[in-house]
Design a binder for this molecule. Sequence first.
Ligand SMILES: [Ca+2]
Ligand SMILES: [Ca+2]
Ligand SMILES: [Ca+2]
Ligand SMILES: [Ca+2]
Length: 463
Amino acid sequence: MTVGFMDKKKKKKKIILVIFILLILVLSLFIFYIGDTNNSATMTHTNGELIWPTYKHDFSRTGNLNLKEYEITDGLSMSTVSSNAPESINQEFFETGDNPSPIFVDVDNDGDDEVISYYKNVVYDKKAHTRPFRDFVMLIDYKENPTMLEKLEFGEVPFRRKWIFIPGGEVHTSFAAGDIDNDNDIEIVFGSDDNYLYALDGNDGKLEWKFKAEDKIRSSPAIGDIDSDGIQEIVFGSDDGYLYVLDGTNGKLKWKFKAGDKIQSSPTLFIDRGVQVTFGSDDKHIYVLDGYGKKICDFKAEGIIKSSPLIYNDNIVFSDVDGIIYYLSKSCKLNDKFKTGGNILGSGTIFKDQVIFAADDGMLYLTDPKGINELINVFSPSISTPVNIADNFIFLSTTDGELISVNDTGIYTHFKNNQSIDFSCSPSIGVIQKVLSYSCFYVQVDNYKNYAGIFVNSFMYLL
Ligand SMILES: [Ca+2]
Ligand SMILES: [Ca+2]
Ligand SMILES: [Ca+2]
Ligand SMILES: [Ca+2]
């Protein structure tokens, strides 16, 4: 191989790179700039609504993403930015359960979201009979030219890992982010199977504080000033049956509330004469508490409740795992209930002024307080929460290993993992390089070709 040949090759590479950059620039001009989405770093009060960037992105902890008005004239097109998964697995290391949804949050205020995700190590060293590294929580950010080392860690992808944190147990909750201690930096909070609720500094991943419950934490934390004292509280449930409320500045217990069984349902905060907290439990009840721990009401459903209640037109809307959808008043009176044809593990999402649920019978159920209005067959079971993007389409993960979008014109596949690996996370949405991006966590339980990891992909909307 001569030097001249190498030079030519380099030149060619350069030209391709320049064309690529120009293409990106031109595309960027056309891409709708989302601007001020709900992905603000701290919980804010806007129009009486509280917003904080959990994976569900809004006050009522649903998959609604309120973008500014835009229109799609070219259908939905998507370009893959990256994909990331380890190569091998040993099934014995898995515990089953919900897998965390990543979160998009701009921790360094540079206008691009970073992605915080769990990384489940499924790589098994057959000789040493050990896993070469522990599971960790990580923050990754976009980088055009990763170093060789970063490439090796992440595959051929333009992302780098900025920090990792190693919790003492598996993580099955999703992440919440916000300035919980009023120091103008963003903290990341999540629960673990080691019974701890962790609060990390978003910039460097260092532990700020941790709090120990009596059992696993599988209920994703909510952040909000629920008692109007100017301090953010962290609200979450545990398998020990308690709903915990912690002081965000130091992780000290403010109060706790005992339910009759595990609380794996993620609490929802809403405003109704002060901030109130609603959540479900394995004891089949939905609870509504005030911000000081006093029970306002409860309601007994037919099945256990794992999902997060949704507040919609003065209704508390939820499903039990048996697929019965309930509409309650805020004082826990049953307005209506109806049975779907499948099991529902995810939460409801408001879509075009209806509440939509995804079920494991391959159907989307569009409901209002009067019943089921419409069924959409997406031909793929789902056990997660659908995301409403600008009332324009529903974005959904499926147990066939696909991320799909559904709108009036049809069903589109945006991402499919190689081996039809279960998606049990709900897709999360953010903005990287002014492009709407999404991420999910996935695992497969199979002895040989298994994966556990995350990816970050981008939609492209052409105006
Ligand atoms: Ca950033
Ligand atoms: Ca802070
Ligand atoms: Ca801090
Ligand atoms: Ca408070």
